[in-house]
Ligand binder design. Structure first.
Ligand SMILES: Cc1cc2nc3c(=O)[nH]c(=O)nc-3n(C[C@H](O)[C@H](O)[C@H](O)COP(=O)(O)OP(=O)(O)OC[C@H]3O[C@@H](n4cnc5c(N)ncnc54)[C@H](O)[C@@H]3O)c2cc1C
Length: 177
């Protein structure tokens, strides 16, 4: 098998699968191997609660993939093979804590904030969200770019100049807390 292969990709998580698919699309013969009995790495699902209900077991927020170059290149093929994202107009997500408390996240941020037990937390959430929204073009472009690249440095520098030095820097510092 290996002698007929142009590339061997080890690890069938999203990065390995994208690399293998892009090489195959470019005409390479690719062998993709994984130590697990399921492909997907940290993208997986399973019946964690009620029988019949599938939950994301690790990653769940796939928006970054949808905005990526990989999705632009492979999206039509993936949909042809059955990929389908089902969006909800109401609840976007739920987080369950070990003690059984649940936070619900809605498309409407105000509705999400209303769900916080302490109104002060809800208000802080809206402020933090507003700060992030202000810088979303820069954050989005950097997340879609190569992390340690000249392109990302340029995006950051342009955003930094536009927003004023302190503003963007404060936001970046706050994300490290
Ligand atoms: C709990 C959790 C929540 C997350 N939530 C999000 C989210 O909401 N949104 C988001 O964008 N990202 C999220 N992430 C991050 C995201 O899951 C990872 O960035 C992504 O899965 C990385 O993909 P990968 O292909 O690099 O590695 P992995 O997904 O780790 O896949 C690596 C694969 O390689 C295989 N492998 C490793 N070594 C070998 C070997 N020597 N031989 C054979 N096979 C091998 C493994 O079995 C595995 O299948 C989350 C991660 C975790 C853990």
């Amino acid at each position: 098998m290996v002698s007929q292969t142009d590339a061997i990709v080890i690890g069938a998580g999203i990065n390995g699968m994208v690399a293998a698919a892009e090489l195959a699309k470019a005409g390479w013969k690719v062998t993709l191997v994984d130590g697990n009995d399921r492909i997907g790495g940290f993208i997986d699902s399973g019946e964690l609660t009620v029988p019949g209900y599938q939950h994301d077991t690790f990653s769940s927020w796939h928006t970054l993939f949808l905005g990526s170059g990989a999705y632009a290149a492979l999206g039509p093929d993936l949909h042809r093979h059955g990929l389908k994202y089902c969006d909800s107009d109401t609840e976007v997500g739920a987080s369950v804590a070990a003690d059984g408390r649940v936070s619900l996240c809605f498309r409407d941020p105000v509705r999400t904030a209303e769900g916080f037990a302490d109104p002060a937390d809800g208000a802080a959430y809206l402020v933090a969200l507003g700060e992030m929204e202000k810088h979303l073009p820069v954050i989005g472009a950097m997340l879609a770019g190569e992390p340690r690249s000249v392109g990302n440095l340029k995006t950051f520098t342009v955003g930094w100049r536009k927003s004023g030095r302190d503003d963007l820097e404060d936001l970046l510092r706050s994300t490290r807390r």
